[in-house]
Design a protein around this ligand. Structure first.
Ligand code: UDP
Ligand code: MG
Length: 314
C-alpha cells in the first residue's frame, strides 16, 4: 500500500535534512512505494532552500511552498489534500517525532484500524507550559468527544486515505480528526510513540494554544451534534427564553391587577421584555442557521450521512 508522509515546516532549516535521511532510511526498508510531502508554511529562514536542494535529487520528496505562514493545521491539510497514499502519516518536522515509529503505525493499521493516534507517553517538553495544560486539555477533549485516546495533541498519527480526504481542517482542528472520524464510524486505535526534546530551532507555541484548542473543541462538538439541525439548538434556547419571558410578564400583570405592588418597583417588566426579545431572536437565528446549513450541504453536494456498503446498486 502506498504511504504518504506529510511534514508541515515553519523555520526548521537545521532539522529538515537530518529528518529527510532518517525518514528515507526507514521508508526504503518498509517498501519502496512512498512519498514524502513537505509543506513550507512561510518559513523565514532557509527552510525552502534546503527543501529545494533535497527535492532536486529525489522525486519522492515533494515540496509545497505557502505564500505566507498559515499555520500548522493549514500546512498539514494542504499536504494531505495533495497526497496520493492509501495511508497518510503526518508528523512534526522538528525531529521530536521519530521516523522509526512508522512501522508500528502501519502494523496497527493492518490490524484493521482506520486511524491510529500516537501517544507521547514520555513527552519531552516543558512540564508547566506544555505537559500539564496538555493533560488537562486531553482529559476535557476525551470526555466531551467521548473518544478515549490519551494524546490528541500528538501530530504523528496514521490515517486511511478515505477517512481523512473528506475532512476540512480549520483553526487547531487537526487534533480532532480521531474524534471526528470515530463519530463517522471509523475504528480508532492508539500506540505509544517515542518523543525527543527539540534540539534545533524553537517551538512555535506557548500556553495560549490550550485555550484555542478548547474553543475549537466547542465548535467541533457543536457541529457534530447540531450540524444537521441547528434549529433544535437555537430554537430550544429560544423557547426557554420565551417561556421565562411569558412567566415574568404574567407575574408582573398579576402584581398589577391585584394591587400587590407597583410593577415599576420590580425588574419584571424589563426582564419580561428582554427575555421575549431574546427568545424571538434565538428562533430567528435558528432559522438562519438552518438556511446556512442547507446551503453548506447542497452547494457542495454533501450528504449529512455516510454510507458504508452498497449491494446490488449498479
Ligand atoms: N509548524 C508549521 N506552522 C506553524 C507552526 C508550526 O508548519 O505556524 C510546524 C513546525 O515546523 C513543526 C510542527 O508544525 O514541524 C510542530 O511545531 P512545534 O514543534 O513548534 O510544536 P510543538 O512540538 O512545540 O507542539
Ligand atoms: Mg515540536
Amino acid at each position: 500500500m502506498k504511504l504518504s508522509i506529510v511534514l508541515p515546516i515553519y523555520n526548521e532549516e537545521e532539522n529538515i535534512s537530518i529528518l529527510y535521511h532518517k525518514l528515507t532510511e526507514v521508508l526504503q526498508r518498509i517498501n519502496d512505494d512512498y512519498e514524502i510531502i513537505c509543506v513550507n508554511d512561510g518559513s523565514r529562514d532557509k527552510s525552502w532552500q534546503v527543501l529545494k536542494d533535497l527535492a532536486t535529487s529525489d522525486h519522492k520528496f515533494k515540496i509545497l511552498n505557502f505564500k505566507n505562514n498559515f499555520g500548522q493545521t493549514a500546512a498539514m491539510s494542504a499536504g494531505i489534500k495533495i497526497s496520493q497514499g492509501e495511508i497518510i502519516i503526518p508528523m512534526d518536522a522538528d525531529l521530536q517525532n521519530d521516523p522509526t515509529d512508522i512501522p508500528k503505525f502501519l502494523e496497527k493499521i493492518k490490524e484493521g484500524y482506520d486511524v491510529v493516534s500516537g501517544w507521547r507517553k514520555d513527552r519531552k517538553d516543558d512540564l508547566f507550559s506544555r505537559k500539564i495544560p496538555s493533560w488537562i486539555a486531553n482529559g476535557i477533549i476525551a470526555s466531551i468527544t467521548g473518544v478515549k485516546i490519551h494524546d490528541y495533541g500528538c501530530s504523528m498519527k496514521a490515517y486511511k486515505q478515505d477517512i481523512i480526504k473528506g475532512v476540512n481542517l480549520y483553526g487547531e482542528m487537526h487534533r480532532f480528526i480521531p474524534a471526528y472520524a470515530s463519530w463517522q464510524g471509523a475504528k480508532v486505535g492508539e500506540i505509544v510513540v517515542t518523543h525527543h526534546p527539540r534540539i534545533h530551532g524553537q517551538t512555535k507555541y506557548g500556553i495560549s494554544r490550550t485555550f484555542k484548542v478548547i474553543l475549537d473543541l466547542v465548535v467541533v462538538k457543536f457541529l457534530s451534534v447540531y450540524m444537521n439541525r441547528p434549529m433544535h439548538f437555537f430554537g430550544g434556547l429560544g423557547f426557554v427564553s420565551l417561556f421565562l419571558g411569558l412567566i415574568t410578564g404574567l407575574t408582573a400583570l398579576g402584581l398589577r391587577l391585584f394591587h400587590i405592588k407597583y410593577i415599576v418597583e420590580t425588574p419584571l417588566p424589563i426582564l419580561s421584555a428582554m427575555l421575549i426579545i431574546v427568545g424571538v431572536q434565538l428562533i430567528a437565528m435558528g432559522i438562519l442557521a438552518e438556511m446556512i446549513m442547507r446551503t453548506y450541504y447542497e452547494s457542495q453536494n454533501k450528504e449529512p450521512y455516510v454510507i458504508k456498503d452498497k449491494i446490488n446498486f449498479d
